[in-house]
Ligand binder design. Structure first.
Ligand SMILES: *[C@@H]1O[C@H](CO)[C@@H](O)[C@H](O)[C@H]1NC(C)=O
Ligand SMILES: *[C@@H]1O[C@H](CO)[C@@H](O)[C@H](O)[C@H]1NC(C)=O
Ligand SMILES: *[C@@H]1O[C@H](CO)[C@@H](O)[C@H](O)[C@H]1NC(C)=O
Ligand SMILES: [Zn+2]
Length: 582
């Protein structure tokens, strides 16, 4: 999964100074005292009237669906519950913090990066396409590198290269924890190879970073989880709760052969809802926002939908054309779609709303107008809309955390310069806001075409089988709306008040520092977790890497900071230790 480094700088102090109300307030302040009385009375009346109306309007709105929770719930750093456990935790911490571990871990990471487990979009089935064979080498490498894991845990290969590891717990009444990651990496394009500072599969270590494709997406996760397992096995630790690892091998091409099979296997063998906590790559890691340090696990993912728009019109010679060819009509459809974009909005369903509540509460340097408005949004839809509009106007990556995106990315049609195009199509990509569904996007496309195009052209519209428009034989053609590929609904939003969440975030604070604020966040892309929704409601996408520790996923000079990697191993190990709680 590529992590877009989101830019939160717009939340900085002073940025909202130019808002219109500041200018109005300055003029207002210059008035002499006596002039305050009448407007003052007027203002009081207006405010009272507004408050009364607002209360009436908003009473019926089920606005704050987390009403039993604080705006930004924080749970305490966990501590060892007994002196024996304290001793074990110290041993584990000392082992991972040792120079010996660092050297070993560096070797582990380098070896993993040096095996180019690339997955390509046009990959055939496993067993048929020889490009998968490299994963055999990767499996062999893991078995050699983690002897205790492979001798003591149950290993099940899933669809040949999927890895499922099960570490049986003592207490079978506790539902397992599952650690996810993927073995594959984005291919390095030949033409970009020379742009790398160090060759992409050399895994060169410069004293700070291991450089190479996959170093931070996400061999660090796979190796980090296995290092945590191996370290605990060295201490003869046996968990109370069953601990599992599931590593797919085609996440970068959306996981049709890897994670999907693992999830299906788990659903068949363990059942729906059988896992207490799932942790995968993703999220925004740990970063500073306006003077405070935040851990930003992804609690939800936007949906994904590609709609194909096809226009079929009569062919003929281009010397006697109609006023609009199929290409002309399709162009007008695309223009109409672009002229009717989705609007940003913020609701409590959206994890980004909670990100903002957390920054408003804990970031000392946030602009005070913005802070107040975000906090007002706790009880006011209007304030939420103000925040959404303001942030959207400042920063495009944050805009799309609050609205459905639409982008026409493919177009095809026209075969000959003297022939009218009979069939042309375009494909519009959508990333669906968490409040919305695929059916809403479909309805919107249908409605844009019905209101903007059908009045202009005698065409019929077949929108996913629903027919409207001019269906007579004399119509000039047809428009079809259909799926281009398999759509994906927005993910369920994981809760942030469950025991699993408290243990997960309590571990973050225990390892990364009690000053770290954990803020739920939203992902605009998808990880392999999209196949696991039926297995657990507690799905958290969080690569435990501090800001600056991972760079350039999916592009040249990808790298991982070894110091940050080792801290991540401590997090994984501590989460396993803490999983004994229930
Ligand atoms: C397997 O590979 C062969 C040759 O590369 C190809 O022709 C065939 O279509 C493939 N079969 C499947 C099921 O993809
Ligand atoms: C359909 O389009 C044709 C051609 O423009 C027109 O003559 C006819 O009246 C239209 N029918 C309807 C029901 O609008
Ligand atoms: C979850 O279960 C439902 C009902 O059995 C099924 O239709 C759906 O495809 C499953 N979802 C995933 C992501 O596997
Ligand atoms: Zn990834």
């Amino acid at each position: 999964m590529q992590l877009k480094s989101q830019n939160y700088t717009l939340l900085r102090q002073g940025e909202a100074d130019d808002l219109p109300q500041s200018a109005a307030r300055r003029r207002w302040n210059r008035r002499p005292i006596w002039q305050w009385i009448v407007p003052g009375l007027l203002a009081v009346t207006v405010v009272l009237a507004l408050v009364i109306t607002r209360a009436k309007v908003e009473k019926d709105v089920k606005w704050d669906h987390h009403s039993n929770l604080p705006a930004c719930p924080q749970y305490p750093a966990l501590k060892a519950a007994s002196s024996d456990r304290e001793k074990l935790e110290k041993e584990v911490k000392d082992a991972i913090d040792s120079d010996k571990f660092f050297e070993k871990s560096l070797k582990n990471m380098q070896g993993a990066v040096q095996i180019p487990t690339e997955s390509f979009d046009d990959m055939g089935p496993v067993g048929n396409d020889t490009r998968w064979d490299i994963f055999k080498d990767f499996h062999k490498y893991l078995e050699e590198t983690f002897p205790l894991v492979y001798s003591k845990l149950e290993f099940t290969p899933i669809n040949t290269y999927g890895i499922l590891l099960e570490w049986k717990g003592k207490d079978t009444s506790l539902k397992p924890y599952l650690f996810m990651g993927h073995q594959d990496v984005v291919p390095v394009l030949k033409v970009t190879e020379s742009r790398w500072k160090y060759p992409p599969y050399s895994a060169y270590y410069d004293g700070r970073f291991v450089w190479g494709r996959g170093a931070s997406d996400c061999k660090n996760v796979v190796i980090g989880v296995l290092e945590a397992f191996e370290t605990l096995l060295e201490k003869n630790f046996i968990p109370e709760r069953t601990i599992m690892a599931g590593f797919g091998f085609d996440e970068e091409i959306s996981g049709p052969q890897g994670a999907q099979f693992i999830a299906r296997h788990l659903e068949e063998t363990k059942g729906k809802g059988s896992i207490d906590l799932i942790i995968d790559e993703g999220g925004l890691g740990i970063k500073d926002i306006n003077g405070a340090t935040f851990a930003l696990p992804g609690l939800g993912e936007k949906g994904y939908f590609d709609a194909r728009i096809t226009v079929e019109t009569a062919g003929g010679h281009s010397s006697v054309p109609p006023d609009h060819t199929g290409i002309g009509i399709l162009s007008q459809i695309i223009s109409a779609i672009e002229a009717n974009p989705y609007e940003p909005d913020l609701t409590p369903v959206n994890p980004y709303y909670t990100t903002l509540q957390c920054t408003a509460q804990y970031s000392p340097d946030m602009d005070s107008w913005l802070r107040k408005t975000i906090q007002k949004a706790l009880s006011s839809k209007k304030a939420a809309k103000t925040v959404a509009d303001y942030i959207a106007s400042q920063d495009i990556s944050q805009r799309y955390l609050m609205q459905t995106s639409q982008a026409t990315d493919l177009i095809s049609g026209g075969v000959k310069i003297n022939a009218l195009p009979e069939k042309v199509y375009a494909v519009v990509n959508h990333r669906i806001a968490v409040e919305s569904r695929v059916k809403d996007v479909r309805a919107n496309l249908k409605s844009v075409i019905e209101s903007k195009i059908l009045p202009k052209f005698p065409l019929s519209l077949d929108a996913w089988g629903e027919v409207s428009g001019n269906t007579s034989a004399s119509s000039v053609g047809q428009i079809f709306l259909e799926n281009f590929d398999e759509p994906l609904e927005p993910s369920p939003v994981s809760p942030f008040d469950t025991d699993a969440y408290k243990i997960f975030t309590g571990t973050i604070k225990q390892v990364m520092g009690e000053d770290v604020i954990v803020a739920p966040s939203l992902m605009t892309g998808n990880t392999d977790t999209k196949f696991y929704w039926n297995l657990s409601k507690n799905i958290y996408r969080f690569a435990p890497v501090r800001d600056g520790g991972r760079e350039n996923a999916h592009t040249v000079d990808e790298r991982i900071g070894m110091k940050e990697h080792v801290e991540g191993v401590r997090f994984y190990a501590q989460l396993i230790l803490n999983s004994d709680r229930s």
